[in-house]
Ligand binder design. Structure first.
Ligand code: GAR
Length: 220
């Protein structure tokens, strides 16, 4: 882990995961800097978490098409020279050209135990299915929605009487340490990815790492 690990964050909303990254850096738990926050919504609360000079926001409808929007977004991100780009509540599907441009350095945090419940409304879907456990995943981004290789997961129990909101809150509480632990690992250079195969310390990783009660990632 070097002090110079540069992290760019894509966010559409509240930005609590971005705040968790900022807090971990401030506490010395993550040797990195957030070089910018990038949003498809000018009113995203996440933007307010960084100084104005490090914010970029544009509405996709102001561009000729999605490709033009993502080219501008990509140019802004590239100008911040990030080592890692974290989708943290970025609520748009990223196109093939964008994903290819940042291949290997683009990760997403998703509120389900992937491959379960790609897309939206994950908490309601887990409840409807009667699942006893639910959680969150950190995965590499590929053009297919929420389908990239999963690096790490955190689990929570589904409790009697849970609503989508109570379950979402419990998942969010593990998302933050999951994201920080994942970024610590990625920043350390111990994880590599080639042809959708992750390696940890040079050994193939056949299933996602799991966040333990000490907020450390362990083999499943
Ligand atoms: C988080 O729960 C994140 O997993 C989810 O949006 C929330 C953002 O919260 N992301 C997705 O659903 C992406 N498909 P935050 O803005 O407070 O970090």
């Amino acid at each position: 882990m070097t002090p110079s690990t540069r992290i760019a964050v894509l966010a559409s909303g509240r930005g609590s995961n971005l705040q968790a990254i900022l807090d971990a850096i401030a506490q010395g738990a993550l040797q990195a800097e957030v070089v910018g926050v990038f949003s498809d919504r000018r009113d995203a609360q996440a933007l307010q978490r960084l100084p104005a000079a490090q914010r970029w926001a544009a509405a996709p409808r102001d561009f000729a098409d999605r490709a033009a929007y993502e080219a501008a977004l990509g140019d802004a991100i590239a100008a911040s020279a990030p080592d890692w780009i974290v989708c943290a509540g970025y609520m748009r599907i990223l196109g093939e050209a964008f994903v290819a441009r940042f291949d290997g350095k683009l990760i997403n945090i998703h509120p389900s135990l992937l491959p379960l419940y790609k897309g939206l409304h994950t908490h309601a879907r887990a409840l409807e299915a009667g699942d006893t456990q639910h959680g969150a995943s950190v995965h590499f981004v590929v053009p297919e929605l929420d389908a990239g290789t999963v690096l790490a997961q955190a689990r929570v129990d589904v409790l009697p009487g849970d609503s989508p909101e109570t379950l979402a809150a419990r998942v969010l509480a593990v998302e933050h340490p999951l994201l920080i632990a994942s970024l610590q690992l990625l920043a350390s250079g111990r994880v590599t990815e080639q042809n959708a195969q992750l390696q940890l310390d040079g050994h193939p990783l056949f299933s996602p790492l799991v966040l333990d009660s000490a907020r450390m990632l362990q083999p499943a």
